[in-house]
Design a binder for this molecule. Structure first.
Ligand SMILES: [Zn+2]
Length: 171
């Protein structure tokens, strides 16, 4: 199958280079076989393979660990100020909770609410333009525009905030 590989002499070096893939079982069959045959006859590579097997076995046996909640804070506290400034790009998207998109309730952010609000506002405004209607209609226009306005004001504040943070960091 793999004629090129068959043609090359299989050395200790080839064995070492492929050992990791062999242990991961990602080597092509014929290559794995050549590695296996070499290891069977070569004491040095056999020892190396045993050691790697033991090491990976140990790593695999280790429990997955979740970082503690204050992990970020502790890391940041240990970072010198100059390095902290250089991470401005990474920090830029972090902003006060009130400016996070999620701080607006889902129903306000939903496209349907915003669209319905705009339709309501437009329809009421059209009715206003055509005839004299009670003042309450003016309030309805405002109410209809509210969801869209909330989302837009928040977007704008977010942009201003991020801009200010970046200017600060580059000052
Ligand atoms: Zn060898």
């Amino acid at each position: 199958m793999d004629k090129m590989n068959d043609a090359k002499p299989w050395t200790c070096e080839t064995t070492r280079a492929n050992m990791q893939d062999y242990l991961d079982e990602t080597l092509l069959g014929p290559v794995a076989t050549r590695l296996f045959l070499h290891v069977r006859d070569c004491d040095a590579c056999c020892k190396e393979l045993d050691e790697q097997k033991a090491m990976f076995g140990m790593l695999n046996a280790m429990p997955a660990i979740e970082p503690p909640a204050d992990f970020d804070e502790k890391i940041l506290a240990s970072v010198p100020y100059a390095a902290y400034r250089e991470m401005a790009e990474l920090r830029a998207p972090r902003m006060p909770v009130i400016l996070e998109e999620e701080s607006l309730p889902d129903f306000v952010r939903s496209g349907a609410t915003r669209a319905a609000g705009l339709v309501l506002a437009a329809a009421t405004a059209a009715a206003l333009a055509m005839s004299r209607v009670p003042d309450i209609a003016v309030a309805a226009v405002g109410l209809g525009l509210l969801p869209e306005a909330l989302v837009r004001v928040q977007q704008l504040s977010r942009r201003i905030y991020v801009g200010a943070v970046q200017r600060n960091d580059h000052a």
